[in-house]
Design a protein around this ligand. Structure first.
Ligand code: 5CA
Ligand code: ZN
Length: 470
């Protein structure tokens, strides 16, 4: 899988019923039922975490009038080359072209201006999960680089002070960390260099994980927008002492790229291996009938499914007329975390055989303790997947302090290199140019730097992380 990651990924999308990639428009793909369930479970977790921290869900229109879209100069410079335009309504040319949102700052903030009157209206913390359109020029890839991002969770906030906006960035980082932790996807968090900051933001913080081929994948970003958008969209509020001030804003987003991250982080040569928290089916029950003993086996299998389902486990009975071995393979490929086998022997002994997808371990579970045991094993699978993924992720971060070694490490081993840096932008761009690798940024909670900058030989003030990104 490491060697042929791309092939593995494309293969598994179809054979595990995640997506059909044959839609006749570049960068657009079709979600299949099983994949869509996986997506829904993952985004349900994320929405729940946001709601717990006071974010409220909203839903804005897809179309943005050109004049409004073009108000924030930096933002436009960043997105202009990627915007799809609606120019006609039927046969008639529109007076004002309409942009298909590439992200929603410019559709939301004019409305925020109408909502915000006084300090009592702040903070605003909203989010939506929508489709966005970006005419990406880099090679498109299902789930990873789309032209229609179908699942764009974007949060937008407005605050009275700069400090509150900074604090909001940290809250967002914390929310994203717990989300990625829940699905066992390891990450580094960095402040992006100036040249890679979101269009219109003061600074951007990003989460990156690793693909099996050694390239990094940006799986989420948090931006401090400062007053940049507030000034052009006139987002003012009245302070308690009657002054009028612009608000401070943040925005942060995660897309279905995280589904790709979940798939590639835990998958293996057999197929997917899904954390139970997001698995569409958490336990699949496979009856192993023997001639003449079908009746009790089928009955027990039905009872087991019912018992699990009523106690909140997503259980599925595979009673198709196929050999058990075929069924095993079918569900292993789709990453179902736990398989329960029931044959005549199990009926007689009043237990079931549980087989873990992550370790292939076989366990006997007494019927009397079925539900508690299944739930415990599922939790155990999730924490095992999490720990395994972090272990291998940490092993792919290499400390390097010379230009030659940075290049060599990224070529031979891939992954991420941690480089001491003087904190001057010129040295950052120079490392990038000399190595051909990208600077992810400065680690958010990085250790104090030691050593010297590989470019200017001055004492290091920080570490930068570098990699070859997707
Ligand atoms: N308005 C801000 C915050 S919501 C924004 O648009 N940020 S972003 O451009 O960085 O996008 C947020 C996340 O969406 C990225 O970190 C990346 O994981 C994902 N993303 C961006 N573009 C694509 C794309 N073309 N296909 C799939 N995922 C994407
Ligand atoms: Zn330097």
């Amino acid at each position: 899988m490491q060697k042929n990651f791309s092939e593995w990924f494309n293969d598994i999308l179809r054979s595990a019923d995640i997506m059909d990639t044959r839609y006749p428009v570049k960068g657009l793909y079709v979600w299949l039922p099983y994949g869509l369930k996986l997506r829904n479970h993952a985004f349900f977790l994320l929405k729940h975490l946001l709601e717990q921290k006071g974010h409220q869900e909203v839903l804005f229109p897809l179309l943005i009038p050109e004049d409004i879209f073009k108000k924030e100069a930096e933002h436009i410079r960043g997105f202009e080359s990627q915007v799809y335009w609606v120019t006609h309504g039927g046969r008639d040319k529109l007076d004002v072209k309409l942009a298909l949102r590439p992200t929603s700052e410019t559709s939301m903030y004019p409305m925020f201006a109408l909502w915000i009157r006084s300090h009592a209206d702040l903070p605003i913390k909203v989010y939506q999960v929508v489709n966005i359109f970006r005419c990406e020029t880099k090679m498109t890839k299902p789930l990873i680089r789309l032209r229609e991002v179908t699942t764009f969770k974007e949060a937008h906030t407005a605050h009275a002070t700069a400090e509150e906006a900074d604090a909001q960035v940290l809250e967002a980082v914390k929310i994203y960390k717990s989300f990625f932790d829940k699905v066992g996807v390891p990450y580094v968090v960095t402040t992006r260099p100036k040249w890679d900051t979101f269009a219109g933001a003061k600074y951007s913080v990003a989460f990156d994980t690793l693909a099996p081929d050694g390239k990094t994948l940006q799986i989420g970003t948090v931006h401090n927008l400062d007053q940049n958008f507030a000034k052009v969209y006139d987002l003012k509020f009245e302070t308690p002492d009657g002054k009028h001030k612009y608000v401070y804003q943040t925005s942060y987003g995660i897309s279905e790229r995280v589904i790709a991250a979940i798939m590639m982080t835990h998958g293996d040569d057999t197929g997917l291996c899904l954390p139970s928290r997001v698995a569409p089916i958490q336990a699949v029950i496979v009856p192993i009938p023997f001639k003449g003993k079908e009746v009790p086996v089928d009955q027990v299998a039905r009872d087991v499914v019912k018992e699990l389902a009523t106690s909140g486990v997503r259980a599925h009975l595979d009673d198709r007329d196929l050999r058990p071995g075929m069924k095993f393979y079918h569900w292993e490929r789709r990453g179902v975390p736990l398989r329960l086998e029931i044959g005549p022997e199990e009926v007689k002994k009043d237990h079931v055989i549980a087989v873990r997808r992550d370790t292939a371990e076989k366990l006997e579970v007494p019927r009397s303790e079925l539900v508690t045991n299944v739930k415990r094993i599922l939790d155990d699978i999730d924490s095992n997947l999490h720990d395994q993924a972090w272990k291998s992720f940490e092993g792919s971060i290499t400390e390097v302090s010379e230009v030659g070694a940075i290049k060599k490490t990224l070529e031979k081993k891939g992954g991420i290199v941690r480089v001491p840096w003087c904190a001057q932008e010129e040295c950052g761009t120079s490392i990038k140019e000399q190595t051909g690798a990208d600077v992810l940024g400065q680690e958010l909670d990085g250790k104090t730097a030691q050593g010297i900058c590989p470019i200017c030989s001055k004492k290091a003030k920080a570490y930068v992380l570098m990699a070859k990104p997707y």
